[in-house]
Design a protein around this ligand. Structure first.
Ligand code: ADP
Length: 649
């Protein structure tokens, strides 16, 4: 036979013959034959011994060419191992590296590289490589294939490029081939349905086997898998990015909502911007209409000297004209500060050594009212697309929060004005009312002459109504003082028993209902209280007055006992009770269970509100339990020592 057995397979052939001589039947096995034209052919052989009588004299074999089948099996195995590599990770860099290593192994080549289309520069750019010697790495990274190059055109059209003869090819300039010492090369597109992501390149520098159609088909198979994997990794990255953006904005939203006043809001906004964007510092500039300038109102990430210098700056509109014009169109503008331009562009940037700034619009409705600016100092990082989206979200949330804060401030101002007005009015009304009461009393006492019974009745009614009006005015005045925080605590040591006997005296006139039993039920050992006696008295008196007012039969009981480091005073009655839905509103100002009852029972719905505010001022709390037609119990708990801190709250 002119063909020869591949030398590495000789031991296996001899071993099989030895086993046959020993009487075994080894079955079919594989052998590689080298043909005359130097091809390697893989055979599946069955051999048997030839005998001359009893003596074995030779070996006869029948071989079947299984080269193609074996190659197909190897290719499938290679593709499966790539699939295994790919499914192991969603990290794009790691994924590409694994596939490159595997490609080099299965194609027996020295170098593998991945190029992706870079949309910004419209070129194929190296993103990863395997096997490039370190001294060639920089030049490999610098090598890009722009739209004007044949490689770019072919890959964009989805064509593979196979170069087995470097001397005769139109794709790569001779100096590139020389520089990278390339001998053979295959470039296949990373194709994904309707678009191309880039190319996978395999190259040899030495004398490796040529890239024939089989090997090209194999790398194309690998490239198809790689393209799908790149897309999945990118989708995964995009999803993670989306989650990160959402989480960052959720934090910003949550924290900004919690701050109601503008100065604190802006401070917080600067801190959040700096932290969430991971930049060096952040400043809020607001537009000051009357002077036609931008004013830095708040900052984070600056030293106190820097902030002192900056807060005094007034930046004329002209400095920002480009940025402002851009912000009219979009929400964020990124500016790199060129050393030579800096002074003209922004004295602020010069002062801070800013290299990159991201301006984000703060708007009220459609109107641009300010800018939130995030800065990198020193090293010129760029704000990524993700950071720009976060910045945009922050500014939108900040615009809303600013508007809210402005409304809150307006409301607070209106509320202050209202309280002042009410306080002044109430005060002014009290004097003439007291004069009316005084003269009325003189008339009733007959100082100005005797009265007939009709005149006496009329004066009695005037007296009663004037007293009610005075009570209302006093309550209103108390309320406005409480709202303005102008009701200081006057603490002294008091005994609950003394307080009870004062209240007993003060309410004696009211306890004139024959069917209502009024009782005190005080525990024998009650600790003295450090509290404001006058305020506590107002509270309990109010509860007793209400209980008597709303009870026609049965009892009103005032009890007191020690509880949880304080004293609980409960006023229980067997009166009309309060329906469950109304329990939540009776402590609100001017709220009554049924306003039609006002005519029957009197009152304006301020008593319980004032009582609750006073109890809170004393560091305690008030609660109620009630059942319609069975009665109500109001409980007031007061600490042994009224807390000054709570008084301030
Ligand atoms: P008012 O001046 O109307 O009494 P308050 O603030 O003291 O104002 O009470 C608010 C409302 O709560 C009353 O109008 C009444 O409807 C209800 N209320 C208060 N105390 C009692 C009670 N002991 N029994 C039944 N209803 C009560």
């Amino acid at each position: 036979m002119a063909d020869a057995l591949a030398p590495e397979d000789l031991p296996r052939a001899l071993e099989t013959t030895r086993r046959q001589l020993a009487g075994e039947s080894p079955g079919a096995y594989e052998l590689t034959i080298l043909t005359k034209d130097r091809r390697r052919v893989l055979l599946e052989v069955n051999t048997r011994l030839m005998y001359d009588g009893e003596t074995p004299v030779g070996v006869q074999g029948i071989g079947r060419d299984i080269t193609a089948r074996k190659r197909a099996e190897q290719q499938t195995a290679a593709l499966l191992s790539v699939a295994g590599d790919i499914s192991g990770t969603l990290d794009l860099g790691e994924l590409i590296e694994k596939v490159q290593r595997r490609t080099a192994e299965v194609l027996a080549c020295d170098r593998v590289a991945t190029y992706l289309f870079d949309s910004e520069n419209d070129a194929l750019r190296l993103v990863s490589q395997y096997g490039t010697p370190p001294d060639l790495l920089a030049s490999a990274k610098a090598l890009t294939f722009g739209r004007d190059q044949l490689v770019h055109e072919a890959i964009e059209a989805g064509q593979s490029i196979v170069i087995n003869d470097m001397a005769d090819q139109p794709w790569l300039p001779a100096e590139v081939v020389r520089h990278f010492a390339l001998s053979r090369l295959v470039v296949v597109p990373l194709r994904l349905r309707d678009r191309n992501l880039g190319a996978l390149v395999a190259a040899n520098t030495g004398d490796g086997p040529p890239f024939n159609s089989e090997r090209t088909a194999l790398i194309e198979g690998i490239a198809r898998q790689l393209a799908v994997a790149i897309e999945s990794a990118e989708l995964f990255r995009a999803e993670r990015e989306e989650t990160a953006v959402a989480a960052a904005l959720a934090r910003v939203g949550r924290e900004l909502i919690a701050v109601p006043s503008t100065p604190r809001l802006l401070d917080h906004l600067c801190q959040l911007s700096t932290e969430v964007l991971g930049c060096d510092c952040s400043i809020t500039l607001l537009w000051q209409l009357q002077d036609d300038v931008w004013v830095p109102l708040s900052a984070y990430g600056l030293s106190s000297e820097e902030w002192e210098a900056i807060r005094a700056m007034r930046l004329p509109r002209g400095l920002f004209s480009n940025v402002l014009a851009a912000l009219e169109q979009t929400d964020t503008v990124q500016v790199r500060f060129d050393q030579s331009l800096r002074t003209e562009v922004s004295p602020l940037a010069v002062r801070l050594g800013v290299t990159v700034a991201l301006y984000t619009a703060l708007r009220r409705g459609d109107e641009l009212v300010g800018c939130q600016v995030a800065y990198f100092r020193g090293v010129p990082h760029r704000f990524s697309a993700q950071q720009q989206r976060i910045a945009q979200g922050i500014a939108q949330l900040a615009s809303l929060a600013l508007e809210n804060a402005r409304l809150v401030e307006r409301l607070e101002q209106a509320d202050r004005l209202k309280s002042e007005f009410v306080a002044t009015m109430s005060h002014e009304l009290r004097t003439p009312l007291n004069i009316i009461l005084g003269y009325n009393e003189l008339l009733l006492e007959g100082i100005f002459g005797s009265l007939n019974s009709e005149q006496h009745d009329s004066l009695q009614r005037i007296h009663k109504n004037t007293l009610e009006l005075l009570e209302l005015i006093n309550a209103t005045l108390d309320l406005s003082r409480l709202a303005a925080g102008r009701m200081p605590l006057e603490q002294q040591l008091i005994s609950v028993f003394a307080l009870a006997s004062e209240l007993d005296r003060d309410t004696a006139d009211l306890r004139n209902k024959p069917d209502v039993a009024f009782t005190w039920d005080l525990a024998p050992e009650l600790p003295p209280l450090h509290t404001d006696a006058a305020k506590l008295k107002v509270v309990i008196k109010n509860l007793i007055v209400n209980a008597l007012k709303f009870t026609q039969h049965g009892h009103v009981t005032v009890s007191a006992q020690s509880r949880d480091g304080g004293v609980e005073i409960a006023v229980a009655d067997s009166g009309i009770g309060i329906p469950a839905p109304a329990l939540a509103i009776i402590f609100e100002p001017f709220r009554q269970v049924d306003s039609s009852a006002t005519r029957r029972y009197g009152g304006v719905g301020l008593g319980l509100h004032i009582a609750r505010r006073l109890v809170e001022l004393l560091g305690g709390h008030i609660s109620v339990e009630s059942e319609v037609n069975r009665g109500s119990t109001f409980r007031v708990w007061i600490p042994i020592r009224a807390q000054l801190a709570q008084a301030a709250a």
